[in-house]
Design a protein around this ligand. Structure first.
Ligand SMILES: [Zn+2]
Length: 636
């Protein structure tokens, strides 16, 4: 990908930096840092226009007893000749020393602490400094790292470690400039206790599944990884545990604990076909292999699109491949999000809205237009709810380009970014036709491969390559309204009313006809979800009992369905569902499921809150810090 070289576009690059500033051998690409005001990241202390990290080389030992990673991070830097210092982001790791490429000590200091952002880590530069080495140790409570005891794993015999960098958590264990607009190549040498295996979001130096460099006599195994494409630093990820690998296709495979591997591999059987379908839509897959790792149940997200190695919740395993649109989503991020990445979290929709649109195109290619139309309709439902949650159609947070200054970037992680973003792209597609739109999207990814992007860049690119001065089209699209104004513009493509015709009829008939037992057996998961989500929120105990009996909701192995059922049960204080609720909340920690259930319970002081207190006491050690941070606020 030649386009990513430094000085690809002079306005976007670090002025006064010679193109030859590549200290460690020139193998890496250096991506530009954007210069415009809308690309300045309020969630990073870095001043990349003065001095920036271009490559990170980690050399770390993983210590499960102390719950730390320790070693060195060697940073290649690109700087203005006049720069006196480089500013990194730091949240908690302890710094032992900082030296330059020649091993000479460099002065450093920390700025004032911010509870969300951490502190600036300011390192003094000599006139000739091109490399900085930080010797450090992460803290046991590093927010990106979750350390699981053997009891918290499926196998129960070995501990487990995994990281979650998005949005600004990697600054708790990787000393670098933690901003998505400052892309970096990286490598790692990782030592873990035998017999554990380390995997990371980069190609291993060797063949997948057989890349152990050495098992030392001390019982340590060493693993090597190298990412030669510049990536946003939140995409550096690690997992360590008793994990095995199974090949799925020529360039796809899955890692999981031995007990989880067979069901995971069965569920993921379509993955290679998904990569093929995605390539037909968006161009060649640019990362080499597409592997996945199924993590223990405390993983806080559905999936995380770490390059070459998607991290997955085990709750997507339904036994019937009915929840694999999650894989289509994470795979689509290989283009939208990982190839062209939001420069700041204000433009998170460029990652997630584009991916949600792309996900359904992949689903359509694999499972047909009907399934895709249904998922679009469910998305439009979620969008309506997200608008309500954001204070209605005039709410400032219903804008795609959102103002997150002074707030945690995670506050932008709503269905506005995902579903309003996807609705915007569907609207453009509907206006210009699919053929032209596909050419544009492919071009967007190619033109911005391995680069940071902003909303303004997207609109400019769209105007240049798609609108091309067609003033009638420009008016019809309402581009600025979609991106910069609150609410949903009136040209949004509505949901297909026929998508769920039979299900909606069953919802309407429910008060008279009861649970649609016969139809339910033939419905897809999306149809079942639509039914449960569309039922009136107020139901009597007898109706709920009939639903559960007829549709066997408590016994379903499908996490999305059990969630929809428990959500309805909690809203109606349905006591017979409490054991299932307890099982669900104490056996997995996916934020999408546990956050709303605890919130609903906590809001009901006499019935729900005591239950929430009991479950949370039991389950809190299972949950990820990103989830407990929110749930602790409920004061359970
Ligand atoms: Zn996503």
């Amino acid at each position: 990908m030649i386009r990513t070289l430094l000085l690809a576009a002079s306005v976007l690059t670090l002025a006064a930096v010679p193109a030859t500033a590549q200290p460690s051998g020139g193998r890496q690409q250096v991506a530009p840092v954007l210069a415009t005001a809308d690309a300045v990241d309020p969630h990073s202390f870095a001043r990349p226009r003065e001095a920036r990290v271009s490559n990170v080389a980690l050399d770390l030992s993983v210590d499960f007893a102390g719950r730390t990673v320790a070693g060195t991070a060697t940073l290649d830097i690109v700087r203005r000749p006049t720069a006196r210092e480089i500013v990194l982001d730091r949240k908690g790791y302890d710094v032992q020393s900082v030296t330059d490429g020649a091993g000479r000590k460099l002065a450093f200091r920390f700025g004032p602490a911010d509870k969300d952002l951490g502190t600036a880590f300011i390192i003094g530069l000599r006139p000739d400094t091109r490399q900085v080495q930080v010797r450090y140790r992460s803290r046991p409570d590093a927010s990106a790292l979750q350390w699981l005891s053997p009891a918290q794993t499926a196998g129960k015999r070995q501990p487990f470690l995994f990281s979650q960098g998005q949005a600004i958590e990697n600054r708790s264990w990787v000393p670098t400039q933690d901003s998505p607009g400052i892309r970096q190549t990286w490598s790692a040498r990782i030592r873990v206790p035998a017999p554990l295996t380390a995997v990371m979001s980069a190609p291993s130096e060797g063949v997948a599944g057989s890349f152990i460099q050495a098992t030392l006599p001390t019982g340590t195994r060493t693993f090597h990884f190298r990412m030669d494409h510049p990536v946003a630093p939140y995409l550096i990820a690690i997992a360590v545990g008793d994990i095995r690998f199974q090949q799925l296709g020529p360039r796809t495979g899955v890692w999981a604990e031995p007990a989880t591997l067979p069901p995971a591999a069965r569920e993921l059987v379509d993955t290679e076909k998904m990569v093929d379908a995605a390539e037909r839509l968006f161009g060649p897959y640019p990362w080499g292999r597409y592997d996945m790792i199924v993590l223990p149940p405390s993983f806080p997200y559905g999936g995380m699109e770490n390059p070459t190695l998607t991290f997955l919740t085990p709750t997507f395993i339904a036994g019937d491949r009915s929840l694999v649109s999650l894989i289509a989503h994470e795979l689509a991020h290989s283009w939208s999000g990982n190839l062209a990445t939001n420069a700041t979290w204000a433009d998170f929709w460029l990652n997630e809205g584009t991916t949600t649109y792309a996900e359904r195109r992949i689903v359509e290619a694999l499972y047909g237009p009907r399934v895709a139309r249904q998922q679009v309709a469910l998305g439009i439902d979620s969008l309506g709810k997200a608008v309500d949650d954001a204070s209605g159609p005039t709410g400032a947070d219903t804008r795609l380009h959102i103002d997150l200054r002074g707030r945690r970037p995670d506050e932008g992680l709503t269905d506005i970014a995902y579903e309003k973003g996807a609705a915007f792209l569907r609207t453009v597609e509907a206006n210009v036709g699919r053929e032209r739109f596909d050419v544009f999207m492919r071009g967007w990814f190619t033109r911005h491969a391995f680069q940071p992007v902003t909303s303004a860049m997207f609109l400019a690119d769209l105007r240049q390559h798609l609108v091309r001065g067609d003033t009638a089209l420009e008016r019809r699209l309402q581009l600025d309204r979609w991106v910069y104004k609150p609410g949903i513009p009136d040209n949004a493509v509505p949901a297909d009313r026929q998508a769920f015709a039979a299900v909606d009829a069953a919802v309407a008939a429910f008060p008279r006809a009861g649970a649609p037992v016969a139809a339910w057996a033939g419905w897809t998961t999306d149809e079942r979800l639509r039914f449960l989500q569309r039922l009136p929120r107020k139901q009597g105990a007898a109706q709920l009992a009939a639903l559960d009996r007829g549709l066997r909701l408590t016994d379903t192995g499908n996490s999305e369905l059990i969630f929809a059922w428990l959500d309805l049960a909690v809203a109606n204080r349905y006591q017979p569902a409490v054991p299932a609720l307890e099982r669900f909340l104490t056996s997995q920690g996916r934020g999408k499921f546990v956050r709303p259930l605890y919130k609903a319970l906590a809001a009901d002081p006499s019935w729900g809150r005591p239950l929430a207190v009991r479950f949370y006491r039991q389950a809190r050690p299972l949950y990820h810090p990103l989830v407990t941070r929110d749930l602790d606020a409920l004061k359970l």
